[in-house]
Design a protein around this ligand. Sequence first.
Ligand code: GDP
Length: 195
Amino acid sequence: SQIKDAVLQFVLGVTSALPESVLPEFAFAGKSNVGKSSLLNALVNRKALARTSAQPGKTQTINFYRVNGAVYFVDLPGYGYASASEAVKASWGKMIERYLHEDKQLRAVFLLLDLRHAPSENDVLMYNWIIDQGLPAVLVGTKADKLKRSQLEKQKKLLRETLGAPKETPLILFSSVTKQGREELLRLVAEMAKQ
Ligand code: GDP
């Protein structure tokens, strides 16, 4: 799939109003360091559209990238910094919850999970948040290049089982190094944007 154009259009803080967008939105969630910035950059063929490895304690924002003038990729702040203060964790939760709950253009949430590990408690919480809002979840196993083929099958099973995700829920193996999964992911976005 061709990405001709990607621009950062809105940045939401804790108290910002949701943008009055009319384009379909696809959100990307995951714990910090899962490879979310790398994935977003790989999707749009940029080196540094999305920030990489944001530092703990830095301002947490929801960033809207308009892609091809047709959809938004919405970068949700990464979670799971052990060192984040309770105040930061609470404001993070409020911001995400409000967005998932109130944004009418949101079509699906891509939940990124590092294929090398079992999903964390926060991953399970995030998955349940998505489902509870009645939103389609797409699971994305990241850093696929780091595993052998035999391990990949085992980890896919572990991800599904830990989250309790039915087999209808798509699970895409992704690598921002080899670009594995890029076309599949963009195809899903294109399909869901039409619905
Ligand atoms: P974020 O915090 O979720 O935005 O994660 P980043 O995209 O900044 O990636 C965190 C670290 O994982 C960085 O050192 C990346 O180079 C590395 N990384 C991200 N994606 C991949 C991948 O697909 N394969 C490999 N081998 N490393 C990756």
